[in-house]
Design a protein around this ligand. Structure first.
Ligand SMILES: [Zn+2]
Length: 262
């Protein structure tokens, strides 16, 4: 009887081999080690996609691979910037190679359905590149049935959930870094890691419509949080999770032709 955990890391090789025979969807969460203000941990972009991916995988009989915990460089307009202490980032070429390599390893062992489950906006185009190169590698190996989905879990948040999160209107998803959504979901999933007394409340950052390098750090709020996190709550976090988990599962069930189990 193979282990029923969704985590590949919990399985034996016998369990893994047995589970892969059923052609499961395999999730690869990708995140970052990145400052998330004075109130959230550096691992926020890993904790969130891993938790959401595990919940979605449980609905689809899927498996979750150990996450890619380092990500592409934090950008000032979406992550506060790479200069904050504790933000440990990879060069794009390293990140692309790493993800491409992991996809090829999964494919080598028979996995044909892969979801790149992103928790860090800055990774997105490099995930596209990794998927494209891995598909090319696999075609050269004679594998033509590998299918890859790339998604950011926040992209599934509906207008109705957005209205619940931001009754006064939201600034933008870029400026949501370490703000209402991430803080709320962390309060729901990992309240032990949120410094509630440090939740910041200040106006959203305002950036010019161009970028200068080295980046001008003046418009970046000194705490690294790009808009107010004050309206965050565990209840709002629960609303996000209860909405996105079934919606992502339904989308993936459709893409991969799989039934949802729960
Ligand atoms: Zn984040």
């Amino acid at each position: 009887m193979p282990q029923s955990s969704v985590r590949i890391a919990d399985l034996t090789w016998y369990d893994f081999a047995a589970r892969v025979k059923d052609d499961p969807i395999v999730f690869l969460p990708t995140g970052s080690v990145e400052q998330h203000g004075p109130h959230l941990p550096l691992f926020t972009d890993v904790i969130l996609p891993v938790a959401v991916a595990e919940a979605v995988a449980a609905k689809l009989g899927g498996l979750v691979a150990p996450p890619v915990t380092y990500g592409y460089k934090s950008q000032p307009k979406s992550g506060g910037g790479n200069h904050f202490p504790g933000t440990l980032s990879l060069d794009a070429s390293v990140f692309i190679s790493l993800v491409r390599n992991i996809i090829n390893e999964l494919a080598r062992h028979g996995v044909r359905k892969v979801v790149l489950f992103d928790g860090h906006m800055e990774n997105q185009w490099f995930l596209v590149e990794a998927a494209d190169l891995a598909l090319r590698d696999q075609r050269a190996e004679g594998v033509h049935d590998l299918k890859i989905v790339k998604l950011g879990y926040w992209e599934f948040i509906t207008k109705a959930t957005e209205a619940a999160l931001f009754p006064e209107g939201m600034p933008s998803w870029e400026l949501e870094h370490a703000a209402v959504m991430e803080t709320s979901v962390m309060l729901h999933l990992r309240p032990d890691l949120v410094r509630v007394d440090k939740i910041p409340d200040h106006p959203a950052a305002s950036f010019p419509p161009y970028d200068v390098y080295p980046f001008d750090t003046t418009p970046i709020p000194p705490d690294g949080v790009l808009s107010s996190a004050k309206p965050a709550s565990a209840e709002k976090g629960a609303i996000v999770i209860e909405q996105v988990v079934p919606d992502i599962a339904a989308s993936l069930a459709k893409v991969f032709g799989k039934p949802t189990e729960a």
